[in-house]
Write a protein that binds this ligand. Structure first.
Ligand code: ADP
Ligand code: MG
Length: 702
């Protein structure tokens, strides 16, 4: 049960003044995503930290205001230009100037009387908001504040700026956050007092106050004590949850599983290639783990195309030969089906029974598969989350392989544990997470790394091409496909609307069809998975030769004879994503090309990202650069999302706190494994606040 003192923080945001049901929906989408089980809560709002600050002591003047920056301007109002009659979409404009230049203040659906009263001609006003350039002139759309001298004196000198979304103004959000702050009770300290003293951490409540109502810029700095405190809290909650899971997963000891490796030998013999050294080493690591009495928790880290699937298959063969069953879990149905296609023929060569289990199986087929799993007739089940669900019983689950794990959370690991209380776990990730971060995502796992690309692979020729040469590119692709090549064409994700994405991909497919006829396929996230699957198969078989896609192909898709990757609006993608996408090609001994189509002019960070892509294919180097550039992005005022799954902690500022949080979590559990001692109550609160309370269930389960 959640400690009662936290209740005010777990009320829906609509309980705050000024937030109605409509705003609640918007805030929920912004803070916890549209798929969240319930509305955003007060605590979500509190942990939605400012992405920047307005410092009203800095008033650059119109001409010097950086594009896209939020600034305060002291201006004289010159003239009003109301919206043209009959065109309700056109905005009203109010022109104003200062010593450095002129600016248009823009108001959609602006009420004439209100505008004239708020900004009388000839008077001085302070306006605060984002400066944009439109048709070569600076403008500010819907300033956050329009005040006179007296009003300016009342404004806070430093005001937080929040990452926003359509339909939600900074003003409304700010007000809601301040109301949320009033709801925060004084809570007992959960962090070790030595750690608090060493880092000069303020208390939880004070830290939230400093972030949301800073008295000066330093208060809310991302590497300052308040932000660091909250980041530490989040990291500690994460590490504590991981440590709890690990302790409980390890407690029921694993089984000693040994095999003569006969099945594995059959599978390896059926491969058309020989293993790389690091594949062989990883298989040996796993074999040793299986034979140990403890449960295996191993992370197999290997860049895209490094051949993780084969390693997993070899491990599964060993597990099965020792008498058990194996499960192979992928994050999406598309990938599950693809793994199925790879695994099925090889498994057959070794005489193994494989079944596919995904969300939308027909009931009869599903029932049959479930029965065979339970009887042990099926050796390997390949599937999605569906495998974790209730009603799925194994005769003896010996090994669970989880692909692209960072999309699965702690609770899935728990669900998994219940399927096979002694099962060894192999987690595979293609995300080249830097060593410093492995801990954050995976906790204390043993790590095997695939460091070589399979022999015969050629480097990918990567080029950046401005978008206005898209016609040329399309012609080149057409020519190449006539010579037998296959190409992916990725259309970008536009954040505002999934339907716009779709339109872009749709339109692109139509364009290309005009050149290439019916050789063009299209896959996107909104398609039914059966259709997606059919489309992938058509591409695989060569029926289609160009596959237009939204980023659904990002993870794990394997069509070795595809050698061209076109990424449209490459400047909108992050480095990790670009790397993942590019990794779809360069999977055979044929030379591959990656064309990064960008819209000029490129910003500094986007330019640097594309440069990195041209310079290297080494995923680990790219990951390090990614971190570094994110740090710079911050300086440029464009915060990108930090660590996936974390709201507060950011690797570039708080990475160093991680080890300390891990040590504290371990020490705590070593002293008090069931969290019953005096500080435990506080730590439980922490787990609730940061949404890690599913780990608490473990404590109860004992
Ligand atoms: P990933 O690590 O990205 O999951 P895959 O397991 O999908 O990589 O392997 C990528 C491709 O490389 C597959 O077509 C696979 O058959 C092939 N492959 C794997 N290992 C080797 C190897 N040692 N030599 C040549 N090709 C290999
Ligand atoms: Mg893979």
């Amino acid at each position: 049960m959640r400690p009662e003192i936290l209740n005010p923080l777990f009320r829906p945001v609509a309980s705050l003044p000024g937030i109605g049901p409509r705003l609640e929906t918007t805030i929920t989408r912004l803070l916890v995503g549209a798929e969240a089980p319930g509305p955003a809560r007060v605590v979500d709002l509190l942990l939605h930290l400012p992405s920047g600050l307005i410092d009203r002591r800095r008033q650059p003047g119109i001409a010097l205001a950086p594009e896209g920056a939020i600034v305060t301007l002291k201006v004289r109002i010159d003239r009003h230009r109301p919206a043209p009659p009959g065109n309700s979409r056109a905005p009203a404009r109010v022109y104003a100037h200062d010593d450095t230049g002129e600016i248009a203040l823009v108001f959609f659906h602006g009420n004439k009387t209100w505008l004239e009263r708020a900004m009388p001609i000839g008077e001085t006003r302070y306006v605060s908001g984002r400066v944009e350039w439109f048709n070569g002139a600076p403008q500010m759309v819907h300033p956050d504040h329009i005040v006179d001298e007296a009003g300016f004196a009342d404004l806070p000198l430093v005001e937080p700026v929040y990452p926003l979304t359509a339909g939600l103004s900074g003003k409304v959000l700010g007000k809601a956050v301040r109301a949320a702050l009033d709801a925060v009770p004084e809570l007992p300290e959960w962090i070790d007092s030595g750690v608090v003293a060493r880092h000069r951490f303020p208390a939880f409540r004070a830290a939230l106050g400093a972030m949301h109502t800073p008295a000066n810029v330093a208060d809310a700095a991302p590497d300052g004590p308040a932000a660091s405190r909250l980041a530490y809290d989040e990291l500690l909650a994460g590490q504590l949850a991981l440590a709890l899971v690990r302790a409980k997963l390890r407690k029921p000891r694993g089984k000693v599983r040994t095999s003569a490796g006969k099945l594995k030998a059959k599978i390896l013999a059926a491969l058309p290639f020989s293993l790389t050294n690091s594949q062989t080493a990883a298989i040996a690591d796993i074999e040793a783990d299986l034979a140990k009495p403890e449960r295996m928790l191993r992370l197999l880290q290997g860049d895209v195309g490094s051949g993780k699937t084969v390693v997993a298959l070899a491990a599964m063969a060993d597990a099965i030969e020792s008498g058990g069953q194996a499960a192979f879990m992928a994050p999406t149905e598309l990938l599950a089906r693809q793994h199925m296609r790879t695994i099925a023929p090889l498994a057959e060569a070794a005489g193994l029974e494989v079944a596919l289990l995904v969300g939308r199986d027909r009931a009869a087929a599903r029932q049959a598969a479930l029965a065979e799993l339970e009887s042990g007739a099926i050796d390997i089940v390949v599937g999605t989350h569906a495998v974790f669900q209730e009603g799925v019983e194994f005769k003896d689950l010996a090994l669970a392989v989880i692909d692209e794990q960072h999309r699965f959370g702690v609770h899935q690991r728990l669900a998994l544990a219940s399927k096979g209380p002694e099962a060894d776990v192999l987690v595979m990730t293609a995300t080249p997470i830097p060593r410093t971060l492995v801990l954050t995502y995976f906790g204390d796992m043993d790590v095997s790394r695939l460091t070589e690309k399979p022999a015969g692979r050629r480097p990918i020729d990567t080029r950046a091409v401005p978008l206005d040469r898209i016609g040329e590119v399309a012609e080149r692709i057409a020519a190449a496909t006539r010579d037998g090549a296959k190409a992916y064409w990725v259309c970008p994700l536009v954040e505002e609307s999934e339907s716009t994405d779709l339109a872009a991909a749709d339109a692109r497919a139509a364009d290309l069809s005009r050149i290439l006829g019916d050789q063009v396929g299209l896959v996107h996230g909104r398609m039914k998975s059966a259709d997606k699957d059919a489309e992938m198969r058509r591409f695989q078989s060569g029926e289609t030769r160009v596959l237009v896609a939204t980023t659904v192909i990002e993870v794990g898709v394997d069509v070795p004879d595809a050698t061209i990757m076109v990424i449209e609006h490459a400047e909108r993608f992050g480095l990790a994503q670009l790397h993942q996408l590019r990794g779809r090609v360069g999977r055979s001994d044929r030379p591959s090309t990656c064309l990064l189509l960008y819209k000029a002019p490129l910003g500094a960070t986007a330019h640097a990202r594309l440069q990195v892509m041209r310079d290297t294919e080494d995923g680990f180097v790219i990951a390090e650069e990614d971190l570094r550039l994110r740090g710079e992005g911050e300086v440029l005022g464009t915060r990108q999302s930090g660590m996936p799954g974390f709201r507060v902690a950011r690797p570039e500022f708080h990475g160093a706190l991680l080890e300390s949080a891990r040590d504290e979590a371990r020490l705590m559990l070593a002293r008090d494994p069931d969290l019953t001692g005096p500080r435990a109550e506080a730590l439980r609160m922490l787990l609730y606040l940061f949404g890690r309370d599913d780990a608490i269930r473990l404590l109860r389960a004992g």
